[in-house]
Design a protein around this ligand. Structure first.
Ligand SMILES: C[S@@+](CC[C@H](N)C(=O)[O-])C[C@H]1O[C@@H](n2cnc3c(N)ncnc32)[C@H](O)[C@@H]1O
Length: 585
């Protein structure tokens, strides 16, 4: 017996297809209604599209009717010549497009600002092509403008030597994650990339101008239904204005190239700043000489919880992995840092917490024959997470940093002269993990070679010294004195700006794969509750009075009452002169 309706007696193919089309039309009207666009307005646009696409509904329905939406806004923009400009048509040959004109983003997001498609009015192929969508945005890909890296690009072998946290994190493949593929590549993403742990709520997008301002418009995109408050009266822009902003400003849907669990957007409404050129990497990668020795054999059995299963946080007796944090885990069952642990970390920078190297790698790299005395390194509290030798599963509450990003972050252009910054699009409770500081793992010497070779054209620099345990070592070899440099290869943390003393984030060292402390992860957590759209900042630990440092300190515009940069008008000299990191940005 067949179940094909076309085989049943009396089947009227014509009527059926009309019925299907009618229901598709109704659905299209409904989708547009959700955006506040009436059926009457949509009708002529839809009719044109159906004509142009030869009734190929798939092309119109794809990406939650993105083509229809674009065509609608296009028709509005060109109202005076509407009679000419019925629908987008391929400008080159005037033929009907066989494919959709726009390259769609995943997850039905706001139309991406990164594609440029040229179209001509239907009946006037002589007119110069007009850009239908956003202007084309240059690739983020590491380019020849990166003087230091371009002299010696990472070889495949070096890339292979990237840390295993890559695999541990999120248990998924990262096609091209550490490659130099451009962030704005129009190549469709690999279909196998699935964003795990992503609720529909996480798809919601709010976009604001800058700093702690409330969003000017917010768009719900998961089901293509917009938030009801899309009007200017309550400070939000209408969906029509969204189209305009996307055309005048620049918006990037996901700077991570799909390599993180969640997307990280970038918004620049001013177009005043050049796009940063760097290669997005979700986790640290060894550049060349760093000795990062990761092997299961180096983790003693008593240093892991091989007998555990499930979630270590649910045990009545904390397992071996809690020893590092005094027999208690750093995290509580809600995934946040425990209050006491966080408070201890925040209160760390006190004089007695500094240790001094016998021969400091930093001073040695400045002057090898006659190094200056060590300026001190802060003794840090570490978090120790369960890892591969442990019996627990990936959802264990003592595996937070290794699971990667889970918050909705956005890179935006600050208006205080600090360049790009980062904000969260959702409220973050105190103790939340925000992101890791990821970059190339360099030896201290490699870093200083880079600095010396730099012509100073890199306005922003991004090295962080991994010196949390230097003081306990007698003769730290160069290949063990490590730092992270996110200038050319880094993650979202490379955009987080500095704020003296009262920043809302704190960096905490995290031991994951290796028990020695030459190499560790640097994770950023909230020090207090942080509201959505507040700029995220951390204290780089710069000593603004150290004029011998090879990296010249920037003029601090953090605006804090506790700003340590005395050059800044009105800034007070800080009581707490921190030397937490020796990095200079
Ligand atoms: C890690 S990057 C942060 C992202 C950077 N704003 C950008 O546009 O790429 C560090 C650089 O940002 C700038 N910056 C960060 N915090 C700043 C502050 N408080 N005042 C002035 N400039 C700052 C400095 O140029 C510094 O070298």
């Amino acid at each position: 017996m067949t179940t094909d309706p076309r085989a049943t007696k009396g089947y009227d193919g014509m009527n059926d297809s009309r019925a299907v089309n009618d229901s598709r039309t109704v659905k299209a009207y409904d989708a547009m209604k959700d955006l506040g666009i009436s059926k009457e307005e949509v009708k002529p646009v839809l009719r044109n599209l159906l004509k142009v696409y030869d009734k190929n509904w798939e092309l119109i329905e794809d990406d939650n009717y993105r083509t229809l939406i674009d065509a609608y806004f296009e028709s509005k923009e060109d109202k005076p010549e509407e009679h000419k400009r019925k629908a987008p048509i391929n400008s080159q040959d005037g033929e009907r497009p066989k494919q959709k004109l726009h390259v769609a983003d995943r997850d039905n997001r706001v139309p991406s600002a990164v594609k440029s498609i040229e179209v001509l009015p239907v009946e006037d192929n002589d007119k110069p092509p007009k850009t239908l969508k956003q202007k084309s945005i240059k690739s983020f890909q590491t380019s020849s403008s990166h003087k230091l890296l371009s002299q010696r690009r990472l070889s495949d072998d070096e890339r292979i030597s990237s840390l295993p946290s890559m695999a541990a994190r999120g248990q998924k493949s990262y096609p091209g994650a550490a490659s130099s593929a451009g962030l704005y590549s129009e190549e469709p993403s690999h279909p196998s990339i699935q964003r795990k742990n992503m609720s529909s709520d996480q798809h919601q997008k709010k976009i604001t101008t800058s700093g702690t301002e409330k969003p000017k418009f917010r768009v719900g995109t998961a089901s293509m239904s917009c938030n009801g408050s899309l009007d200017a009266s309550n400070g939000n822009l209408s969906i029509k204005s969204l189209s305009k902003v996307l055309k005048s400003g620049r918006y990037v849907d996901d700077i991570t190239k799909g390599s993180e669990n969640v997307k990280v957007s970038l918004l620049d409404e001013t177009e005043s700043e050049e796009f940063p050129k760097f290669n997005y990497i979700p986790c640290n990668v060894i550049y060349q000489c760093a000795n990062v020795n990761i092997s299961l054999a180096r983790i003693a059995d008593e240093g892991c919880c091989a007998d555990c299963s499930g979630d270590c946080l649910s045990l009545s007796f904390p397992c071996a992995c809690s020893q590092e944090t005094g027999g208690e885990f750093a995290y509580s069952s809600n995934g946040l840092l425990k209050e006491k642990f966080l408070t201890d970390c925040i209160n760390e920078p006190q004089a007695h917490h500094y240790v001094y190297c016998k021969e400091c790698p930093i001073e040695r790299s400045k002057n090898e024959s006659k190094p200056e005395p060590c300026r001190g390194h802060l003794v840090r509290k570490f978090i120790k997470e369960c890892w591969k030798k442990c019996g627990c599963d990936m959802q264990c509450g003592n595996r937070v940093v290794q699971r990667g990003l889970s918050r909705k972050l956005q890179v935006f252009l600050t208006d205080q002269g600090k360049g790009w910054g980062v904000r969260s699009l959702e409220d973050l409770p105190k103790g939340s993990f925000v992101c890791e500081y990821a970059g190339e793992i360099l030896t201290n010497t490699e870093l200083y070679d880079r600095i010396v070779m730099s012509t100073g054209n890199d306005r922003h620099t991004y090295p962080v010294t991994l010196d949390a345990d230097w003081g306990s070592e007698v003769g730290l070899k160069d290949e063990e004195a490590l730092c992270l440099d996110a200038t050319h290869n880094g993650n979202v943390a490379r955009f987080i700006n500095h704020r003296c003393t009262d920043s809302n984030l704190i960096d905490i060292p995290v031991e994951v794969e290796t028990p020695d402390r030459h190499y560790y992860h640097l994770a950023l957590f909230t020090k207090r509750n942080v509201s959505a759209y507040e700029e995220l900042t951390w204290d780089y630990g710069i000593d603004f009075d150290d004029h011998t440092h090879p990296i010249k300190a920037f003029k601090c515009c953090c605006g804090s009452a506790l700003c340590r940069d005395k050059k800044q008008k009105g800034s007070r000299s800080a009581k707490t002169k921190k030397l937490k990191h020796t990095n200079r940005h």
